[in-house]
Write a protein that binds this ligand. Structure first.
Ligand SMILES: [Zn+2]
Length: 83
């Protein structure tokens, strides 16, 4: 996974299965890529999604699903981390 792929995945509305499949790659990529860490942090903080050159609110349903899936994956991968 590279930056473009990660950002593209964030810009698409994906289902649970896709999110779970992506999470491992997300975590691996994010671990070594500060720019993408900042992007994800910004999304968390602003709850807005940069898409097609405009800011769109992230649908709450997607936001919650995405957050939950990431949290579960990160907990599984890093049992000692506070997420
Ligand atoms: Zn990156």
């Amino acid at each position: 996974m590279n930056c473009d792929e990660l950002l593209r995945a964030l810009n698409e509305y994906v289902d649970d299965e896709t999110v779970l499949a992506l999470c491992r790659e997300f975590a691996e990529h994010l671990a070594g890529c500060q720019p993408c860490q900042i992007v994800v942090d910004n999304i968390r903080q602003t709850i807005q999604l940069y898409r097609a050159g405009e800011l769109h609110p992230m649908p709450p349903e997607f936001q919650e699903r995405f957050r939950r899936a990431l949290r579960e994956r990160w907990k599984a991968k890093f049992p000692n981390s506070e997420v």
